[in-house]
Design a binder for this molecule. Structure first.
Ligand SMILES: C[S@@+](CC[C@H](N)C(=O)[O-])C[C@H]1O[C@@H](n2cnc3c(N)ncnc32)[C@H](O)[C@@H]1O
Length: 261
């Protein structure tokens, strides 16, 4: 099944429901997506593959991330899939332009899994404005050019975990404070940068027939700095700058979650 042509760009709809008949988590999620009628076939498969890889890498740990921040997520499918795969996690889908289809997806997932919506928030914001904490996992699928760097810098700044799938590599867009002269060196330098900042870095590849830009960089923060489950207040909270100013300190206590209900 190749998904990089017309077939992959075709929007899934009600006529596709019959392809996903089982009660597996994937088929149930795919039926939600078909019912929403706003997601391309390619997106379904690449977001699911990415979510499954992220889940395997980060959520089998003793201290799984509490908050997923899905950056440059558009309508946020990756975040919804990660919520479906986990039971406690909350998710922020962050994008400066949240499309109308986001509300359609939220309603569709909420119908299938009542309660899921209370764990999810859309936030119109830019990657550069993120404020993360050590219990957060920031994820970005196809973060164009320097956006990948903004996401990694936000992770380092907040001691958060990161999982990024870079795309649209360019030397002009590249933004890490380490010199790079060749396009081919960008991702290697990103890995070295995260390693230098104390992260365990692993490269993973999504199936190439789903997406040509298929390298996932996992950067996990080892929990060796006295961080414990009691650090409830330090999940971090992505806020737009004006909101951050209005609400005071960037790292709000977990109670602040209620502001987003
Ligand atoms: C190539 S799309 C990726 C969408 C989705 N993750 C996917 O793989 O289908 C890039 C997304 O980045 C968003 N974006 C652009 N500038 C951004 C910024 N400064 N911070 C966060 N997201 C941004 C765009 O609005 C767009 O939704």
């Amino acid at each position: 099944m190749r998904l990089d042509g017309y077939a992959g760009r075709r929007r899934l709809g009600l006529s596709d429901l019959r392809r996903f008949e089982s009660e597996s988590l994937f088929d149930r999620s795919a039926r939600v997506v078909c019912g929403a009628q706003c997601v391309a076939k390619k997106e379904l498969y690449e977001n699911w593959a990415c979510a499954a890889a992220i889940h395997e890498h980060f959520f089998s740990r003793a201290m799984a991330p509490r908050v997923v921040v899905d950056v440059c997520g558009g309508h946020g499918l990756l975040g919804w899939f990660l919520l479906v795969m986990t039971s406690q996690t909350r998710c922020f889908a962050v994008d400066p332009r949240i499309p109308k289809s986001a509300a359609t997806l939220r309603d569709a997932f909420g119908r299938e899994w009542p309660g899921l919506g209370s764990r999810h928030r859309y936030l119109e914001a830019r990657a550069e404005d993120l404020s993360l904490g050590p219990h957060a996992l920031v994820v970005a699928l196809h973060a164009c050019g320097g956006l990948t760097d903004d996401v990694l810098l936000a992770a380092v700044d907040g001691r958060a975990h990161a999982a990024v799938v870079p795309c649209c590599h360019s030397l002009r867009g590249y933004r890490l404070p380490v010199r790079v002269d060749r396009l081919d060196d960008i991702d290697r330098t990103r890995c070295a940068f995260m390693t230098d900042h104390g992260y365990d870095v692993v490269s993973h590849f999504l199936p190439a027939h789903l997406t040509p830009k298929n390298q996932v960089l996992f950067a996990a923060r080892p929990f060796s700095n006295g961080l414990s489950h009691d650090d409830d207040d330090d999940v971090g909270l992505p806020l737009r700058s004006p909101l951050r100013e209005a609400l005071g300190p960037a790292r709000l206590p977990s109670l602040a979650w209620s502001r987003w209900r």
